[in-house]
Design a protein around this ligand. Structure first.
Ligand code: ADP
Ligand code: ADP
Length: 219
């Protein structure tokens, strides 16, 4: 079966004054790379938040491997164990070095300190950041920071990687590099990759691309 199944999702804000999502259903397979695009305000981030267990729908259901989120599996457990987040707006912690930032998600799973450091080193090396591990975020370039954020997202070996505008702050060279890394990880680990973007050329890199407009799936 699918790794994720969203059924008839509605999401409203401000006591129903804003209908961010209406009647959205989408089924996502294990190892799939899916892009979600649409104009600003169309509901992309809201959909990603529901799929990633960051928020609950007003009505409708999200199933992870057949388990109903918020019922058969609670959202905290789902997020900590199964989902890695790469969000443009999710800043790295400025007071923590790169290697410490990468360890943050492992704290929720009570990984030993030795294992945390080893895992963080391995991930930062895979991201080509072996010489930047001791740097603070403000000592890193935008592309390097995004690579630290990807390493952090992978810390707990999630089966789903969700990325909200992962190339939003980057020039074309760094955008291409980040997309290569994300798709490389998806292929190498058979991970499910879901990205939200308003950039059509980024969305078209994905084998499957859905468009959202006014809170509804277009195609
Ligand atoms: P997108 O990611 O496509 O830009 P969003 O999902 O962020 O769209 O937003 C969809 C709509 O819901 C917009 O009108 C936005 O202003 C509104 N919205 C999103 N999050 C909230 C929130 N927490 N409270 C109130 N309105 C929100
Ligand atoms: P995006 O373009 O990805 O939607 P935004 O900057 O619009 O990014 O939104 C960033 C965060 O703010 C999201 O978590 C979204 O849910 C929330 N948000 C968006 N619009 C509103 C709003 N009108 N009121 C409160 N929160 C909002």
């Amino acid at each position: 079966g699918p790794i994720l199944e969203a059924c008839n999702l509605f999401k409203s804000y401000d006591e129903g004054r804003i209908e961010a999502l209406r009647e959205v259903s989408v089924s996502i397979q294990h190892g799939e790379f899916l892009a979600i695009s649409g104009p600003s305000g169309s509901g992309k981030s809201t959909l990603l938040q529901l799929i990633g267990g960051l928020d609950a729908p007003t009505s409708g259901e999200v199933y992870f491997e057949g388990s109903l989120l918020g019922s058969a599996i609670d959202l905290d457990t789902y997020r900590a164990k199964h989902v890695g987040f790469v969000f443009q707006a999710f800043h790295l912690m400025p007071t923590l070095r790169a290697i410490e930032n990468v360890q943050v998600p492992m704290l929720a799973l009570k990984t030993s300190a030795d294992d945390r450091v080893k895992r963080a080193e391995t991930l930062l090396m895979e991201m080509g950041l072996e010489n930047r591990m001791g740097q603070y975020p403000n000592q890193l370039s935008a592309g390097e920071r995004q690579r630290v954020a990807i390493a952090r997202a992978l810390a707990n070996s999630p089966s789903i990687l969700v990325a909200d505008e992962p190339t939003g702050n980057l020039d074309s060279v760094n955008s291409a590099r980040i997309m290569e890394m994300l798709t490389g990880i998806q292929k190498k680990h058979g991970m499910t990759l879901i990205i939200v973007t308003h950039e059509n050329d980024i969305a078209e890199m994905a084998p499957r691309h859905i468009r959202i407009r006014d809170g509804r799936v277009e195609s």
